[in-house]
Design a protein around this ligand. Sequence first.
Ligand code: SF4
Length: 88
Amino acid sequence: MVWDFAEALKKHGDDGFKVVTVAQYADRMSKCSSCEHFTERNSCGLCGCNMPVKARWRTSICADNPPRWVNTNGKGKEGTDTTPSDGV
Ligand code: SF4
């Protein structure tokens, strides 16, 4: 699980540390907070990551299969939403 966060952080760095829009962040956190894998410690029970942090990053993808929300950096098979970031 530590490696999941480390890998996500590396992708975030490779993306220039860009973050999602306020609306995208709210949508992601809404989905996480209503997910059965979301823990009382604000982490994901599947990947172990702190979701209020990870959900801000454009490159992050939900750990579920299929994912409940996807990356927004325009890369990868789920990266269809390329809405510009306005910085959260
Ligand atoms: S990342 Fe996905 S699986 Fe994990 S808590 Fe959020 S919605 Fe649930």
